[in-house]
Ligand binder design. Sequence first.
Ligand SMILES: Cc1cc2nc3c(=O)[nH]c(=O)nc-3n(C[C@H](O)[C@H](O)[C@H](O)COP(=O)(O)OP(=O)(O)OC[C@H]3O[C@@H](n4cnc5c(N)ncnc54)[C@H](O)[C@@H]3O)c2cc1C
Length: 430
Amino acid sequence: MTSENHPVAIIGAGPAGCCLACLLALRGIHCLVYDNDKRPGLMVGESLVPAVIPILRKLGIEERVAKISVSKPGASFFHASGTRVHLKFQKRGANQPGYAYNVPRPQFDNILRERAEELGVRFINHRAVVQKSTSSEREIELAPESLQAAGLDTTQHPRWLLDGSGRTRLFARTLDIDAQKGERFDVSYFAHFENFTHDEVEDGQIIISILNHGWSWRIPLQGKLSVGVVIDKNAAKLYGDTPEQRLEKIISTDPLLKEKSTNARRVSDVMVYTNYQLISKRSHGPGWMMLGDAFGFVDPMLSPGLFMALESARLLDDLVFSHGVPTSDEPAGVKQYGHDLLHWHHAWQELINYFYDGRILRMYEAGSKLAMDKGKWNPAKIMERHVQRVIQAMASGAATRSGYNRRLIDFTARRLIWDVPDAEFFSVKQ
Ligand SMILES: Cc1cc2nc3c(=O)[nH]c(=O)nc-3n(C[C@H](O)[C@H](O)[C@H](O)COP(=O)(O)OP(=O)(O)OC[C@H]3O[C@@H](n4cnc5c(N)ncnc54)[C@H](O)[C@@H]3O)c2cc1C
């Protein structure tokens, strides 16, 4: 076997790694995927946005995903004061439907992996080890034991290494690449429940509600509800000593959750996630590139993670591999790739900030007052409907990066709101 046989090795068989492996295989580019096949029974990343669907269709797996999922019409945001915002996804063009899916993550990942296997991708059941390289061709290389695990010797090193290792950030750690960290210091606890009532919204709709020191998610899955809380690390200590105690206490004392959880039964372990807000300072170098969470993740609010994992694979395929396996150290398209990734992450962060700092809830509160005005030709009402559609399109991933949309909601939030409490009132407190 030579490096020409497998010019690309991907580390990590998560959504980013498997999606890229499928896209390259569809182009006839063979790759190896390293994965140690150790996946927890429960993982975050259960709620998708509609912009994922065109990618699932391109991979030919939407029907398989639909079978294990619950269809998600949108997302609702609840504030203890009674303010409720319902975002409903709208169909956009032929390819993007007005829905997304809520998926059990391990099964979702398995579908992607199965599809890659069908397309001829070779999986190496091994936790890849990498090291800084002394070769002029590449900055990072597979350690001898990882080459050996794939049946390769040092003369057969793959031309490109792609880091899809998620929050392990394998290449960034090995190459000491710094990351820009987010502003929040949250911890997240989550589990699956049966008999947790979910009757305030349309079937499949997810609910985000504002807690005293953070926020919670409720994601309907087949036969279960995924309930998670995202809370300031210090405030979490007020709710008990263990993750189980903390999750239970928050649910049983929060005014919006306690009544719905009276008969609820936890049917999984409680999982814990911390320190997840970061964006790497580099996305590529000689012989390597990063994708998915290995490059960056901004925040779980609005569920951009899985989309960004798949979109980063799509961008790499489109911008860097569309003419075959690149031979130069700085291939055409790789700078654009890094630029597009940053642009995406910044756009998501900007939109998510409107939810954290209360501006979105304030806008909707003002909008619902306008809606009560019975006059037909009220221009403020027409504007309000337009702004709502814009926010829905941004949250769906279809128009998140649009300059017009970003300027419009900025202007609306600053200039067109009156007669409602300040944004601070609706904000997510730490
Ligand atoms: C609290 C929280 C809630 C979230 N909720 C959502 C949500 O509702 N919706 C959403 O879309 N996103 C959500 N996310 C984000 C989402 O989970 C991630 O963005 C997504 O999993 C990223 O996919 P990935 O393929 O980049 O990485 P991962 O899914 O982490 O996959 C990486 C893979 O690489 C493997 N790996 C690591 N190191 C090695 C190695 N050395 N050798 C071989 N394999 C290796 C790992 O085992 C893993 O299988 C949430 C995140 C957090 C923190």
